[in-house]
Design a protein. Structure first.
Length: 657
């Protein structure tokens, strides 16, 4: 790592309000990664309070993970970390000290925005301190992209998070005064669990010590999402004073949230107070839900989401969704210059939505980053769209297996091809996920003689890597016979619940599936002595519960299996349910209302055979092993537990051949 001292004489504007004395754009520490664009100069006249750099500051030139970690430990107020090339890491990068109002700490990519942090960690970059300026780089492949945690006074410009396991940008735990300009979130939710583009605050079930997360004073200007698994923007209860100006939630790609997805299915989902959406756009959302959803929620007697929420000059194009869904009590203002799409204008039920004239609108302002007037900087709706301007590199066509996955009575020879000419392919058969640099390079058909899960990725220089193709080949040579089995839970340590705090509880007389009225729960159920032999085909599987209480209202639950060949019983160690690896297969279950004492069709889960099959297909599986199911979701259905006796406890039904 080269430490280069440099004198800085230029004055850089980071003001939250427009100034008539716009600084020279060449001296601004937020370099552009694209040609000049409409409104850019005006935007950078707004970037927060004049910064006077120290007479001498250090520039850290970083191109490896070790150098980046070292620089984050050594950096001082006024210093700059310059990223170049592709920095690959399995550990997250976290800040270690604060900048100051006059000397913020800068992390920026060099050149034309090609610096990449390629991370397999849970977070790509974690900001834990105040006064940071991030610009001009990309983050790929982590669990979450940028997490801003209890930090204040920052600017993020031209940072692009893509191929993210869950959320791309997360501002939480009392973070305040953040401005995001020309940033994008692309292909989120790759883990299949959560996937918002931009996220402010925390759900009340995740508040620390029950204290509301009041992350606030955040502005998104000309930011963009595409292929988000859930909402483009999600503003949580407790957050306040957030603006989305000239922002676009684009769902024209292959990924979009499912209808009525439990963790978000709109372009913009607002459940907080004093939130403004200005000149923004939801494009090509086809899940029959809403472009803009305004919700309110009461937590500990306090209502969130009913005050000061406004949508101004925003629109829907393409797709089939309505402009807005506003729940009863949200009292939103939707200005008459908003433009509805094919799904209509307002879906509001009894909510008190008003439609005032545009002339009565007043943009929120505050002293600090993002607090200026942004709505006048561009005249269009979703003004600049994709901040990368040019389309992202074309994606390589996903690998195709021949023959396809399935059940066979003899060993198979699998050819793998991609429709993209010149693409290379890597594959794995050991349960890991291949990348363009890991896995076996494909050169000839893959021989499969025992039950195996095959994964493959295709890649080519100058193009985005393909999605990963996954298929399971079950090789059944006969002799296993068919069978069925019912297994009831009898041991208290074989059923458990995990609270939002991570505490795991045994010996409970009941299991609230989903939400128990005060917090989100994770329920773990372990069924020992499963008699399915290796290589068997699971034809049906379900869990039968008995209702401990009468429950009504909508409930949407998700069931997954533990990805272990012989699952261990539960302990009371923190997070000992959610720390377990889970199956790729999952099942969604929306049980009808329950009546106390019932043990029938309403208390029987949806089909679980794909989950059971994935567990049984693992190497190391033997008849007599144990399997675990993990349940979470929304709504409440309260079931009897093992402590009530085998006749009332959860029972797993299995059939195979």
């Amino acid at each position: 790592m080269r430490l280069t001292p440099r004198n800085r004489c230029a004055s850089h504007s980071f003001s939250g309000k427009p100034s008539p004395e716009t600084p020279n754009m060449k001296s601004n520490p937020l370099p552009r990664s694209r040609p000049a664009r409409r409104g850019a100069a005006l935007c950078f006249a707004l970037l927060c309070l004049t910064v006077v750099s120290p007479l001498s500051a250090t520039i850290f030139n970083v191109s490896t993970a070790a150098q980046f970690t070292s620089a984050l430990s050594a950096v001082q107020p006024g210093d700059t970390i310059e990223l170049s090339g592709t920095i690959t890491s399995s550990a997250k990068f976290s800040t270690t000290r604060h900048g100051t109002s006059s000397a913020p700490i800068t992390i920026t990519g060099t050149g034309t925005g090609t610096a990449i942090i390629d991370s397999s960690a849970n977070y790509g970059v974690e900001i834990l301190h105040d006064y940071y300026r991030l610009s001009n780089f990309q983050i790929k492949n982590p669990g979450k992209g940028i997490v801003i945690d209890n930090a204040e006074h920052g600017v993020v410009d031209s940072v692009h998070c893509m191929d993210i396991g869950q959320e791309a940008f997360k501002v939480r735990n009392q973070s305040r005064y953040w401005l995001f300009t020309f940033c994008s979130a692309r292909r989120t939710g790759q883990s299949g669990n959560y996937g918002e583009g931009f996220y402010v605050g925390q759900a009340s079930s995740n508040w620390i010590g029950g204290v509301p997360d009041q992350s606030s004073y955040v502005t998104f200007f000309n930011c963009y999402t595409i292929d988000t698994r859930n909402d483009g923007w999600d503003i949580k209860e407790g957050a306040h004073h957030v603006k989305m100006v000239n922002c676009t939630a684009d769902f024209s790609g292959p990924i979009e949230p499912a209808h009525n997805a439990s963790v978000g299915s709109a372009g913009f989902y607002l459940r907080a107070d004093n939130i403004q959406v200005i000149k923004s756009l939801t494009h090509e959302l086809n899940n029959t839900d809403w472009a803009y959803r305004i919700s309110n929620q009461t937590v500990n007697g306090i209502d969130y989401g009913s005050t000061g929420n406004e949508i101004k000059q925003s629109s829907v194009t393409g797709g089939n969704v309505a402009l807005i869904f506003a729940e009863s009590g949200t009292n939103a203002r939707v200005y008459t210059d908003c433009v509805a799409g094919p799904g209509g204008l307002i879906h509001s039920g009894s909510s008190a939505v008003t439609q005032p004239a545009p002339s009565t609108f007043s943009e929120l302002t505050w002293s600090g980053e993002g607090g200026g007037i942004y709505g006048t900087l561009a005249s269009g709706i979703g003004a600049d769209g994709d901040p990368l301007q040019t389309p992202p590199p074309s994606q390589v066509a996903a690998p195709v297996f021949n023959p396809a996955g399935g059940t066979y009575t003899t060993a198979q020879s699998i050819t793998i091809t991609s429709a993209t000419s010149g693409a290379a392919i890597r594959y794995t058969t050991n349960g890991t996920t291949p990348t363009s640099t890991t896995g076996t390079l494909y050169s000839s058909p893959v021989a499969i003689a025992t039950t195996t899960t095959l994964r493959a990725i295709a890649y080519k220089s100058g193009m985005s890597d393909s999605s990963v193709t996954v298929a399971t080949y079950t090789i059944s040579t006969g002799g296993g016979g068919s069978g069925s089995q019912n297994i009831s839970i009898t041991a208290g340590s074989d059923d458990a619940k995990q609270r939002a705090s991570g505490t795991v509880v045994h010996n409970s007389w009941r299991h609230p599936l989903g939400y128990d009225g005060s917090e989100q729960l994770e329920i773990g159920l372990r069924f020992p002595g499963v008699n399915i032999p290796p290589g068997a085909i699971v034809t049906t599987a379900w869990i039968q519960f008995e209702a401990d209480k009468s429950n009504s209202g909508t409930s949407t639950l998700t069931l997954r299996g533990e990805k272990s060949a012989n699952a261990a019983t539960f302990t009371t160690a923190a997070n000992s349910i959610t720390n377990r690896p889970v199956t790729t297969a999952s099942a969604s279950w929306s049980p009808p209302s329950w009546t106390q004492g019932d043990r029938g069709a309403a208390q029987k889960t949806t089909e679980l055979k794909t989950i059971v099959q994935e567990i049984v297909n693992q190497g190391g599986w033997s008849a007599g092993n144990a399997m675990v199911f993990i349940i979470d979701g929304t709504g409440t259905r309260t079931a009897e537990a093992a402590e009530s006796g085998a006749a009332k406890s959860p029972q797993l039904h299995l059939e195979w051949q």
